[in-house]
Design a protein around this ligand. Structure first.
Ligand code: ZN
Ligand code: ZN
Length: 278
């Protein structure tokens, strides 16, 4: 068994799946990242990438998995009803996410499968589901693996996760807009991590409205240059830019990575199918 943490990307895109020949290299599925750590399967976010991950996991049944959800915008939950192992008895899933007002995690996830949005309701799943409603700041203990959480700056909120194991760590920090001062709890979560997966939806020009369809300030997302500032300031060892804008074709992302590496050498763009280990 690998002693560290292995990270595989199944969905790297923000907002809406983007199929087509312009997206073959980095992929078009929305947010979904698989982590293998100790003997555990952790999944962060349930975007459309959760579907191909589900097909892959069919070979490992019966399985136990921990699904951590950052927030409930479509691009982070839309894969859930299409995740095949959920329909198979004998599998066990632990789901984690914050409440919204008086709605529990279960009620929120059931909401996207309610009439008339989806043909079957959440109780169609045959796998055993355990819902863990968390609050940002909680720590989730999974044997030797510890998962810390923190709030992000995003419309209707979002949660960042830091997975710690045997002195190594990976931070998932998607859907976060930068401000003059990062939330102290977010900064503390990122500090010194081995691998930071960070929301870099826009270029500076797009964010400011110099190109594209108007400024994106207040939309809840960040830029690659801000991701680099965060990585340098918080002594991150390796940076993965994530939640690519749907306007960023492979050509745009290639160009952007080349430019960004001049400022931070240990940077790459999240790519569907890629596995990184720390
Ligand atoms: Zn998103
Ligand atoms: Zn969002």
């Amino acid at each position: 068994m690998h002693r560290g943490i292995s990270v595989r990307f199944w969905g790297v895109r923000g907002s809406i799946p983007s199929p087509g020949t312009d997206y073959l290299k980095y992929g078009g599925n929305t947010a979904c990242v698989e982590l293998r750590v100790a003997d555990k399967i952790l999944i962060i976010d349930a975007g459309s990438g959760l579907k191909p991950l589900g097909n892959h996991l069919l070979a490992e049944m019966p399985l136990e998995a921990h699904l951590l959800i950052s927030h409930y915008h479509w691009d982070h939950i839309q894969g859930l009803p299409f995740h095949a192992p959920l329909y198979v008895k004998g599998n066990r899933y632990h789901l984690y996410g914050e409440a919204r007002g008086r709605r529990s995690l279960r009620q929120i996830l059931a909401g996207q499968m309610r009439y008339p949005y989806f043909p079957v309701a959440l109780d169609v799943f045959q796998a055993q589901l355990r819902f863990h409603t968390i609050r940002a700041g909680d720590t989730i203990s999974l044997g030797p693996v510890q998962v810390d959480t923190a709030s992000l700056n995003h419309p209707q909120d979002a949660t960042a996760y830091r997975v710690n194991y045997a002195g190594k760590s990976v931070v998932y920090c998607s859907d976060n807009e930068h401000t003059a001062q990062m939330l102290p709890e977010t900064a503390a979560l990122i500090q010194g991590t081995d691998l930071l997966i960070y929301d870099a939806t826009y270029t500076d020009e797009e964010y400011q409205g110099k190109t594209g369809a108007g400024a994106k300030k207040g939309w809840g997302h960040s830029t690659w240059s801000e991701a680099i500032r965060v990585a340098k300031r918080l002594k991150v060892k390796r940076l993965v830019i994530f939640h690519h804008d749907t306007m960023h074709t492979d050509r745009v992302t290639d160009r952007l990575v080349k430019r960004a590496r001049r400022d931070f050498r240990h940077l790459e763009a999240a790519r569907e199918g890629a596995t990184l280990t720390v």
